[in-house]
Ligand binder design. Structure first.
Ligand SMILES: [Zn+2]
Ligand SMILES: [Zn+2]
Length: 140
């Protein structure tokens, strides 16, 4: 069996923490209007982590909430019900987890690879001067 790295993270109040076996493959800042609203900032910073085992959580499932945007094909937010911090989402069936980078407490060595949904970028948000910016999804 290959050596498996484990990532850890959690919310700001401490009610929810998690462990994910895997390593981030992709790292993007998403400037879409949904991410701007749910983070309250210019963009979300998300890691894509291929997984073959489910996310392990501390605390009870009642500590975690989620919101699926009606009509959206694949926009769901997951958060701590006590403090509102964002939480990872994803499962083995999907094959990957989406992890809010700011919630990771273990060492992260991957750096952001690009900005996506630059079409929706707020004029005051950081821009494409350091890393590439794609109008919508990045090329494969
Ligand atoms: Zn919390
Ligand atoms: Zn987004």
């Amino acid at each position: 069996m290959n050596e498996q790295k484990t990532m850890t993270g959690g919310c700001v109040c401490g009610a929810v923490s998690w462990e994910i076996d895997g390593e981030p493959a992709r790292f993007f800042h998403c400037h879409c209007s949904r991410c701007r609203r749910t983070t309250g900032t210019g963009h979300a910073s998300n890691l894509i982590v291929p997984i073959t085992s489910e996310i392990r959580w501390t605390g009870s499932a009642d500590d975690r909430g989620s919101f699926k945007l009606p009509g959206a094909e694949r926009f769901t937010t997951h958060f701590c019900r006590t403090c509102g911090s964002p939480l990872p989402r994803g499962n083995v069936t999907l094959g990957f987890a989406v992890v809010p980078a700011g919630t990771v407490t273990s060492e992260l060595t991957i750096l952001p690879q690009g900005r996506i949904f630059g079409n929706s970028r707020a004029p005051w948000s950081c821009d494409d001067t350091e890393i590439p910016c794609f109008d919508e999804y990045p090329p494969q």
